[in-house]
Design a protein around this ligand. Structure first.
Ligand SMILES: [Zn+2]
Length: 54
């Protein structure tokens, strides 16, 4: 499971597909739970890519 900002959503999907060889589930992180930063930059993460569970 990865978290990322809107700008890196496509990159995160690419990385996931590369690793897992299947399409990830993508969900938005509720605004009040946006605590983590993007895997690829320092911006606040807006999306979860991969398994929906935390
Ligand atoms: Zn980012």
């Amino acid at each position: 499971m990865m978290v990322c900002c809107a700008e890196h959503l496509e990159l995160a999907i690419d990385v996931y597909v590369d690793k897992m060889e299947r399409a990830p589930e993508i969900s938005t992180i509720p605004v009040d739970k946006q605590e983590e930063s993007c895997e690829f930059c320092t911006r606040q993460a807006e999306y979860m890519v991969g398994n929906e569970c935390f």
